[in-house]
Design a protein around this ligand. Structure first.
Ligand SMILES: [Zn+2]
Length: 490
């Protein structure tokens, strides 16, 4: 009994010590907020816009020319943080030591994260769920917004002590692996630095430090740090001088829009694009790019997409309606070509992402065209679907439009696989034989068995498509890419 009382008492003491620690840390945060105009004042702003310019010291982040010597490049950036916890824009333009430039704008709007690249002229939108980890990581670069976030996580605050005229506290922000330590100037109560440890690629356990220095008066934010430095493992990675700080500005609002010169490069999910007369691609249909082709009296759908469930999960994660993605595909076809039946559906091969949605085509009375080796498989899976098979090649033509369905035969991916060739346009559509997702990642290292096969097959069959589309790519490859693969093989 006595023991229990002693242990109980100890726990009580530890508990109240922790509470006192937390109260001390909270006092520091509140003083810091007060020094910047107070919580209420800061919460009343819609946006804070910061423009800065500086120098990046490459190699500190294992991205330079040599590990033991630094190269420096110019860096410019604009950060606009909106108080709604959602919207944020970060645009940066930074040199690389090889003379090239990264110039990107990352936009978080209410529903999407859009990465727009000014150099490669590409715009990639992706749906985003809030609270977004990526978004909040950027927002911490402004002390005012970071302090508000810390206040919202005050239950995790710890007082770590005082040293060199600085009070030190720690906070655990959601999703972060380790707590972040924050340093506050005892005289001004300003946040002067924060740091955390990270297992950094190629450096190992490293401390990342963010310094806020040279605070200057600001009409709305009271004070703003005009010099910011980021260090990695004690080495300076980036120094920046702040040139402009705006509150609730039009500049911040404008940044949320895509720059006009990049507007044409944005493809929102589920967009139907006519890539040649009567030939359509659906972009970003749950991550897939199926095709459909218009004939005089009917439509041909290429692929019957479905999501592949994750078998590691027990029970297998419910994917809901297996036909959902193909139903959406059919709806897109009907919106585009309202008055013609979908006479044919052609999965390139039997894999579930390409053919798992074929039952959605039963109400359309579509005929499934396939190679003979898959006949039994399809008849089992969709007994009410009419299946017609062919060997080697089947040509569908109505006099105006011709489509060649060609079985590439046994290949590293499947025993049979259909490519769709449009002889008039010289376009080719395929699934899982060729991957092109941009020059930077071509050829993808994990596809080096099937791609050489495909490149040789193209050569052997004397095809020279001007565009090679793929179910898993938003971009198309060309014969240049085929040559590159053949060259590599030598
Ligand atoms: Zn496949």
């Amino acid at each position: 009994m006595k023991k229990i009382l002693i242990i109980g008492g100890l726990i009580m003491i530890l508990f109240s010590m922790a509470k006192a620690q937390n109260a001390d840390a909270l006092r520091v945060v509140n003083s810091a907020l007060q020094a910047l105009g107070g919580e209420e004042n800061l919460k009343s702003f819609v946006s804070i816009y910061v423009k800065a310019k500086g120098i990046e010291h490459r190699s500190a982040d294992t991205q330079g020319y040599k590990p033991d010597s630094e190269t420096t490049t110019q860096h410019e950036e604009i950060l606009a943080v909106f108080n709604d916890g959602k919207r944020l824009v970060y645009e940066y333009k930074t040199g690389r030591h090889d003379g090239t430039t990264r110039w990107r704008r990352v936009i978080f709007n209410e529903t999407q994260r859009i990465v727009a690249d000014f150099t490669t002229k590409s715009v990639f939108p992706a749906p985003v769920r809030f609270p977004s980890v990526d978004r909040n990581q950027d927002a911490r670069r402004i002390p005012h917004t970071f302090l508000l976030e810390i206040l919202a996580n005050s239950a995790t605050l710890q007082y770590l002590g005082a040293k060199d005229n600085q009070e030190i506290i720690s906070v655990q922000v959601p999703s972060a692996k380790a707590p972040i330590r924050l340093y506050f100037d005892k005289n001004t109560n300003h946040l002067s630095k924060y740091e955390y440890t990270v297992d950094f690629p190629a450096l190992g356990e490293t401390t990342a430090e963010y310094f806020f220095e040279n605070y200057q008066p600001h009409p709305k934010l009271k004070w703003f740090p005009t010099k910011q430095t980021i260090k990695l493992g004690g080495k300076i990675w980036r120094t920046m001088d702040v040139e402009q700080v705006l509150v609730d500005s039009n500049e911040a609002k404008t940044l949320l829009e895509l720059p006009p010169e990049l507007e044409g490069f944005l493809i929102p999910n589920g967009t139907v694009k006519e890539i040649a007369k009567g030939v359509y691609l659906v972009y970003g249909l749950s991550g897939f790019q199926p095709m459909f082709i218009e004939f005089k009296d009917f439509v041909m759908a290429i692929e019957a997409p479905a999501a592949h469930p994750s078998l590691e999960e027990t029970p297998v994660e419910s994917i809901g309606n297996v036909n959902a993605i193909s139903e959406e595909f059919i709806a897109k076809i009907k919106q585009t070509i309202p008055n013609k039946p979908i006479k044919y559906v052609v999965p390139t091969h039997y894999h579930s992402d390409h053919a798992g949605g074929i039952r959605a085509f039963i109400p359309e009375n579509s005929i499934l065209l396939s190679t003979s080796g898959n006949k039994k498989f399809y008849e089992n899976f969709a007994p009410n679907l009419k299946v017609e098979t062919f060997t080697n090649k089947r040509i569908i033509s109505d006099g105006e439009r011709t489509v060649e369905l060609i079985d590439v035969g046994a290949n590293p991916h499947t025993a049979e696989n259909i490519v769709v060739y449009l002889p008039q346009e010289k376009y080719l559509f395929q699934g899982d034989l060729f991957y092109f997702n941009g020059e930077a990642t071509f050829p993808p290292k994990d596809r080096l068995t099937v791609m050489p096969f495909f490149a040789e097959w193209i050569k052997k069959n004397k095809l020279s498509p001007t565009r090679i589309y793929g179910f898993h790519s938003t971009l198309y490859g060309t014969m240049e890419h085929i040559e590159k693969i053949l060259e590599m093989k030598k």
